[in-house]
Design a protein around this ligand. Structure first.
Ligand SMILES: Nc1nc2c(ncn2[C@@H]2O[C@H](COP(=O)(O)OP(=O)(O)OP(=O)(O)O)[C@@H](O)[C@H]2O)c(=O)[nH]1
Ligand SMILES: [Mg+2]
Length: 245
């Protein structure tokens, strides 16, 4: 029989991380609540990252999207154009491989790959460790390319100033409606691969409407990293954020 009040037992794992097992009272559902303590710890570390980046005058930008929607392609072009004027650095997260870090290597840009060995998102501790491995002297913008995933990164604050969510024309117009948390958390939503919109029969107006419905406060940009269309607005948004706007 369940007891009348919830029974909460705290455990420590081998790393000292705390988790709780909660047995609710009148309701006989058994709940293992791992998420809240994990996120609390992450939020504390994220705040420490944010303080550190601000103190160093670095704008941290977290890029989130499903796999293949064009995060690395956007950064490649951004580093070659915007990065020539403003010193940038990149942390890039993937489950395995350093392919993206190789793509992003530029003489003038410090880059580090974080391989999560199976984790589906970056967390604040990984970003802190990654940043320790970069020469951030003089860096104004730190881009953090998250693991390709439209669900889990939504819950993990990395200490960024701006969260940018990408939606590509190849994914379909409905994704903001199907995956609302990540779009709700965005400061900027970028519709990517606009050069493919016509051949795909992509309904851009419907996609923009869906983004607006889920993320009414977000700035929306449309770009093609392939043709360069819309990139100037992206650089202007970064410039405004650097200026505190
Ligand atoms: N036509 C076109 N192709 C693009 C554009 N942006 C990216 N691509 C292509 O889309 C594919 C995936 O792009 P990536 O930049 O690797 O995507 P990603 O979001 O970094 O992928 P993950 O790191 O695996 O999550 C590549 O083949 C790119 O060349 C674009 O604007 N237009
Ligand atoms: Mg990538």
């Amino acid at each position: 029989m369940p007891s009348p009040t919830p029974q909460v037992t705290e455990y420590k794992d081998r790393d000292g991380d705390v988790f709780r097992v909660i047995v609710p009272g009148p309701d006989p559902v058994f709940a293992v609540d791992l998420r809240v303590p994990l996120l609390e710890k992450n939020d504390q570390l994220a705040e420490a990252n944010r303080r550190d980046f601000r103190k160093r005058g670095i704008l941290a930008v977290n890029l989130v999207s499903s796999p293949g929607s064009g995060k690395t392609a956007l950064l490649e072009r951004t580093l070659d154009e915007f990065g020539r004027e403003v010193r940038c650095a990149v942390l890039v997260g993937d489950l395995e491989t350093d392919c993206d870090a190789q793509r992003l290597r530029r003489e003038h840009v410090p880059v580090a790959q974080i391989t999560t060995c199976g984790a589906c998102h970056l967390d604040a501790a990984m970003v802190a460790r990654g940043a320790e491995n970069l020469d951030l002297g003089g860096v104004r913008v730190l881009f953090i390319e998250n693991v390709g995933n439209l669900v889990c990164p939504a819950s993990f604050d990395l200490g960024e100033e701006i969260r940018v969510v990408l939606l590509s024309t190849t994914e379909g117009e409905d994704k903001p409606l199907k995956y609302p948390p990540i779009f709700k958390s965005a400061h900027i939503v970028i519709l990517t691969k606009t050069d493919l919109a016509k051949p795909l029969g992509f309904n851009e107006a419907a996609a923009l409407e869906n983004i607006r419905r889920i993320a009414p406060g977000a700035r929306i940009l449309t770009v093609s990293s392939r043709t360069g269309e819309g990139m100037v607005s992206w650089y202007a948004a970064l410039g405004a954020a650097l200026a505190g706007g």
